[in-house]
Design a protein around this ligand. Structure first.
Ligand code: GLY
Length: 342
């Protein structure tokens, strides 16, 4: 899996000079069109096609895919073309899905422009769209030709967006690197070295995905915090006004799932306390009402790690270690969400 971290002017021109594509299309949203496309436009052939979609998770649908496939068809793209996904997780996942299915699949590269996409979504070849309110319900595994990460892209992101991406960095430390966890847990968010942490997260993710590309086993540890986290995210997205960012929901997921691990004697009380202290300090406590818990738990039934009616979690087995395929009952989930509510 090719991932390069560095100035986009150098990495993209080097990539393009080594390949001979019949046509290039760049997928952007209104934000990356304004802030990021100008940084790469001079490196592209003058004939490139710009495909603009609206930003936001609610655009990650089959209807938007149709527009992208239509634009690719109108540009007469053949199988020797290249799609460049210039954006966050939505563009990367959906643009990659469109490229992988167009004429049975053409090359694509990821240029992630958010912290979340740089440390997680762009690496590992998970592609897809949401479907009838269910996140990433339809999709494929397909690796991009390369991922080009320029840490300077994130300098202008709003603080809230950066904190959201930081949740995946925290996750990578908790599941694989106790020493790095100790470092970040002792710092405030505005003191951490994000460029260093991006490289660290990419290394962890690459190593896990290399061992288990299609998530048959080990890769499930990357879903720590995501079973209840996704359910909270999906539930609040459905309410509209109380929608939270992905990383904010994953913070809820990491606290509740650390509590589940503690209840199973997989981690010590001090470890749970350290995890929740750090996450509450960084993300606050997201409002979840007691009467909403059943609906949130109901959503875990659609989690992609489940087998039959068994809801299976990836739970910490210590800070820096994580197990997977651990069945958890609805009663345990309820207790964990009640613990979070306080
Ligand atoms: N975001 C988790 C994974 O890519 O497996």
């Amino acid at each position: 899996m090719s991932v390069q971290i560095g100035a986009i002017s150098a990495t993209l021109s080097s990539f393009l000079s080594q390949h001979d594509y019949s046509h290039i299309a760049v997928i952007v949203d209104e934000k990356t069109q304004k802030h990021c496309l100008p940084l790469i436009q001079s490196l592209l052939p003058k004939t490139f096609t710009k495909i603009v979609i609206k930003s936001g998770e609610e655009q990650k649908t089959l209807a938007t895919c149709e527009k992208i496939w239509q634009a690719m068809t109108q540009a007469n793209m053949d199988r020797h073309g290249l799609i460049i996904n210039l954006g966050g997780g939505v563009i990367g996942d959906m643009g990659g899905f469109c490229a992988s299915t167009y004429k049975r699949g053409i090359d694509f590269i990821q240029i992630p422009t958010t912290l979340l996409a740089q440390v997680d979504a762009s690496v590992g070849g998970k592609l897809g769209i949401d479907f009838h309110g269910l996140k990433n319900h339809i999709g494929v595994f397909q690796l991009p030709k390369t991922v080009l990460i320029d840490p300077t892209f994130i300098q202008t992101l709003p603080d809230r967006q950066k904190r959201s991406g930081f949740a995946e960095i925290i996750k990578h430390c908790l599941i694989r690197d106790a020493a790095k966890w100790d470092t970040i847990a002792s710092l405030d968010f505005d003191q951490v070295d994000l460029a260093d942490l991006i490289a660290h997260s990419v290394e962890i993710k690459k190593a896990v995905v290399a061992e288990d590309p299609k998530e048959k086993g080990l890769r499930k540890i990357l879903n720590f915090g995501h079973t209840l986290g996704h359910a909270v995210e999906t539930y609040l997205l459905g309410l509209g006004k109380r929608a939270v960012l992905h990383g904010e929901a994953i913070a809820v997921g990491m606290i509740t799932e650390a509590y589940l691990a503690y209840q199973r004697n997989l981690i010590e009380a001090e470890e749970l306390e350290a995890i929740e202290a750090m996450l509450f300090a960084t993300y606050g406590r997201i409002q979840i009402k007691a009467e909403e818990i059943p609906a949130i738990i109901q959503l875990t039934a659609q989690d992609k790690k489940n087998k039959g009616s068994e809801i299976r979690f990836s739970l910490l087995t210590g800070i820096g270690d994580c197990g997977y395929d651990i069945p958890v009952s609805k009663a345990e989930m309820k207790k964990a969400l009640e613990y979070y509510i306080g």
